[in-house]
Design a protein around this ligand. Structure first.
Ligand SMILES: Cc1cc2nc3c(=O)[nH]c(=O)nc-3n(C[C@H](O)[C@H](O)[C@H](O)COP(=O)(O)OP(=O)(O)OC[C@H]3O[C@@H](n4cnc5c(N)ncnc54)[C@H](O)[C@@H]3O)c2cc1C
Length: 476
């Protein structure tokens, strides 16, 4: 009888009978793909083109029942398991070599209840779909800044974006989840039910099970918000950053301004001679009254000699998708990230040096402004720990050609090392690459030991190990 070669969760090789696989596939409402199935190549491709993994099986779940079946099948056959939301994570853990992928990307319903201002989303939903549904009712929940990112991975790591200074992280707005744990049980976790699991899910990544439903609270917003870009010439970079630092310190929580140091894309509102040259981008959203926003942003808009000021009223859903063209799937990407309490002179000097030597046209350094509501939650209230972070840097290396891998990755690592002395040591798990396992304890700080205890309770054999892994052995 034909057998399929598979990888076990400990990395050993094994085989499964074709018949066993057929019985499993027939029990699913969704699809089961092997390397020979039509659609396999598409199904294994994810956002970061550097990830090129070939799973033995891909289960495209059609509902929570399929997730239970897939978890049970994986556990009973001792398989290496990857869980896929929308496949955006830089580390590429949504795929695996030789194991089984439990994909929830097909579970994509969103249901808004305008009366209770809540939204229930399945794990295959994009941020764009959530914004689209909530904005119809004048509501929004804080998510990230690229509309094609998946809600599942984003939420499980913490989740931040333009609304976070006003309304907190995505996990701070999470009310409940349904989750299939390693033993195949479907549990509800909320403040009142399985509250230990609910604590761990809010930042602990995919370590505790497969989430099949998220319930969030939403807030009145828009549909138009004051938002847009201020673009300054790189020759003024230090003055702009000095001013930004002062401005950000006094900014109201409604206002968020991120800094992006990169080469100018060919945007229609930029003069042609600027395209492809280094610029300083200030990207901003005011999550409140338009007139108050105009007042709050006036000093920043009056500063210096920007090449472009395209701040104005924009539909929130449109602004949320505004960066999508720069973040399309299929490019090679490598990230490094740090948290900061402040933008010291030494840090700014280092950023300016490296921004003057970008390794490719699409690489960028971005500094997200955190603070506000994200910092008001006690550090031990959720597994996401770093409630003192004021600025979060992502070094985003992005290029097309594999021949540039070493050079671009080296630039990211060098910048990361050069900025380490200014960083808190904390890190956002969703910005960590596959090779950064050793940083997981730092990412959870003083909550790490509690997470290990939770892992022992809900996933003692570490079935869910392809993530920023919290080992039940507490390995550091
Ligand atoms: C272009 C881009 C922009 C981004 N911008 C932001 C931003 O503004 N703010 C922000 O906070 N983050 C941002 N991120 C990071 C983003 O939050 C993570 O990449 C996140 O993991 C993506 O979720 P996903 O479901 O698409 O990813 P996937 O790669 O599918 O999933 C990531 C991991 O999450 C786990 N997982 C996924 N689904 C489930 C589930 N249903 N149950 C249990 N575990 C699951 C698995 O371990 C999986 O490996 C951005 C990422 C990209 C690529």
């Amino acid at each position: 009888m034909a057998k399929i070669k598979m990888t076990t969760k400990d990395g050993a090789q094994t085989t499964i009978n074709q018949e066993t696989i057929e019985v499993f596939g027939a029990a699913l409402r969704g699809d089961l793909l092997t390397a020979k199935s039509p659609g396999y190549e598409d199904a294994r491709s994810i956002w970061n083109a550097m990830v090129d993994k070939r799973p033995g099986l891909i289960v495209r779940c059609a509902g929570a029942a399929d997730v239970v079946r897939a978890v049970n099948f994986s556990r009973e056959n001792n398989l290496l398991v990857a869980v896929q939301g929308m496949g955006h994570n830089i580390a590429g853990n949504a795929m695996c070599d030789g194991g089984i992928v439990i994909s929830v990307s097909g579970l994509n319903s969103v249901r808004v209840d305008p009366r209770s201002q809540t939204v229930i989303a399945e794990p295959g939903v994009t941020l764009g779909a959530i914004d689209n549904e909530t904005q119809q009712f004048g509501l929004a929940t804080p998510v990230g800044i690229n509309s094609t990112t998946g809600i599942a991975g984003l939420t499980l790591g913490g989740g931040f974006g333009w609304l976070s200074r006003k309304h907190g992280l995505t996990v701070d707005n999470l009310l409940a989840v349904d989750v299939v744990t390693a033993d195949g049980e479907l549990l509800r976790a909320s403040a009142d039910e399985n509250s230990d699991l609910f604590w761990g899910i809010r930042g602990g990544g995919g370590n505790f099970g497969v989430v099949t439903s998220f319930e969030f609270k939403a807030h009145p917003l828009g549909p138009e918000v004051l938002s847009g870009l201020l673009i300054h010439p790189f020759s003024d970079v230090r003055e702009v950053l000095n001013y930004y630092r002062k401005f950000a310190a006094d900014a109201p929580e409604e206002l968020t301004v991120w800094v992006v140091l990169r080469k100018a894309p060919p945007l229609p509102f930029l003069p042609e001679e600027v395209h492809g040259t280094e610029v300083v981008v200030l990207a901003t959203v005011y999550a409140g009254d338009m007139a108050d926003g105009e007042k709050a942003l006036a000093p920043l808009r009056a500063f210096g000699n920007p090449i472009a000021d395209v701040v104005g009223p924009h539909q929130f859903v449109d602004f949320q998708a505004g960066f999508d063209p720069l973040l399309t799937p299929g490019a090679r990407n490598y990230w490094k990230s740090h948290d900061f309490l402040e933008l010291s002179d030494g840090l700014l000097d280092t950023l300016v040096d490296f921004a003057g030597d970008l390794p490719s046209p699409h690489s960028e350094i971005f500094i997200a402004q955190m603070g506000g509501a994200t910092n008001r939650i006690p550090a031990d209230a959720t597994a996401y720990r770093h409630r003192d972070t004021e600025f979060l840097m992502n070094v985003h290396g992005r290029w097309e050609d594999a021949a540039d891998d070493d050079r671009c990755i080296a630039w990211c690592r060098k910048l990361f090392d050069a900025t380490t002395p200014f960083a808190t040591g904390g890190v956002y798990v969703n910005f960590m690459t596959e090779e950064e396992d050793a940083r997981v304890p730092e990412a959870y700080g003083a909550s790490y030991d509690r997470l290990v205890e939770l892992k022992k309770k809900y996933d003692p054999t570490n079935l869910f190990r392809l993530n920023q892994n919290i080992s039940p052995n507490g390995g550091r």
